[in-house]
Design a protein around this ligand. Sequence first.
Ligand code: SF4
Ligand code: SF4
Length: 416
Amino acid sequence: MALTLQRYFALSNDECIDCGFCRDYIDCSLNTDGCIGCGACVVACPQSARTLRARGSEAAADEKKVNRRNGGLIDCMIDGVAHQVRGPLSVSAALAQLGIRPETNASTPKNHSATCQTGGCWDCAVLIDGELARSCITPLRSGMQIVSDPRAVDQAVPKRVVTMMRPAPHRHPSIFTHGCNYRCDLCHNWDLTFSSTANALTPQQAVAQLALRPETDKWIGISGGEPTLNRKWLVETVREIRLAAPQSRIQLDTNASRLTPDFFDELVEAGMTDFSPDFKASRLETFSRISGIIDTDEARRYMQTVWTAICHAHLHHADSVFMVVNIPCHPLIHTKGELQEMAAALAGLGPEIPVSLTELQPAFRSRHYPRLNRQTMETAAGFLEEKGLKRIIIQGGEGIPRAVDPNELMQSVEDF
Ligand code: SF4
Ligand code: SF4
């Protein structure tokens, strides 16, 4: 019996400024299979101009524009079982709705937990016709042979979409991982985080492309996007960097929302020496607002994991891993009271823990946010000092490269 699953398609509204991101930076199937309703463009649009509509609804005329071909039944094999489902839809949506894997469709705002859902992290990968492929933005097609069993998928060499940089002012080589489980309106790296058109690389390929010079590259960064989303890829990449540059420091910048103690230990064993977790908020409502995680259970879980990671690093790895806790802040988001709650918690753990107080600059969907002057940041640093923190550095102003404006996308190619 053919199964008709819930299917979606995406539309733009009048807020579109024709920046081209959804056309040129997302590996969208619109021109090959029609819109599969994956939702990647909805997450990535800096104007919030894309929305998903349920197919078969009152918007039938609109649906035709994005559904030129693949509206029929799709015969495929999943883990050795034949299925027939009505398209168009992504492989991950089919797996979820057939009950084979949990939901990863970005159209369901309550579910951001599993993966990036925008084609960057490859944590949702399955084997399709024997090759590793990200399921979130890959259209389900007739004749596909899909293997979703994690034991089989784990045998494949992991991949991930990455961008290599030597950003000013440090000129240290860095790997920027695409894809994130947060949905921050102030995402500073949004143009990398949500793009999916670059090649996905294995750890070996990524480190080869980094072209490390062990004599001079004494510090190597891994940032994002959220590097921890694809655990196997991250651990193997740290190992590869350690092999290529045995004496270098290896720093992980992370939101830490998925960095459990065993994952942290594995990274230390692989060669991580520096750790910079984001401590975004102490209050649930602030965390949800800043991260875009609106499911309260999920937001609570993430906040707890972040705090556990900070404690674990300080209590169990202080001798081998240098931690700088990053507090991104803006007076439109954080009150003095909340900054002091965060400072008190950190100072209770260790007043000497270094803290980087970072200005949240206008970016992505919050390009209207006011820039902060030095005095405002110093005042905020004073709030933290009052609660006992002793080592605070301020990052803001020209010290942070400006976020890419959607109107200037074509000038923002930074890969080397
Ligand atoms: S990403 Fe850019 S082009 Fe696409 S809908 Fe949004 S504003 Fe318009
Ligand atoms: S990114 Fe996904 S939802 Fe958006 S137009 Fe392309 S296929 Fe449709």
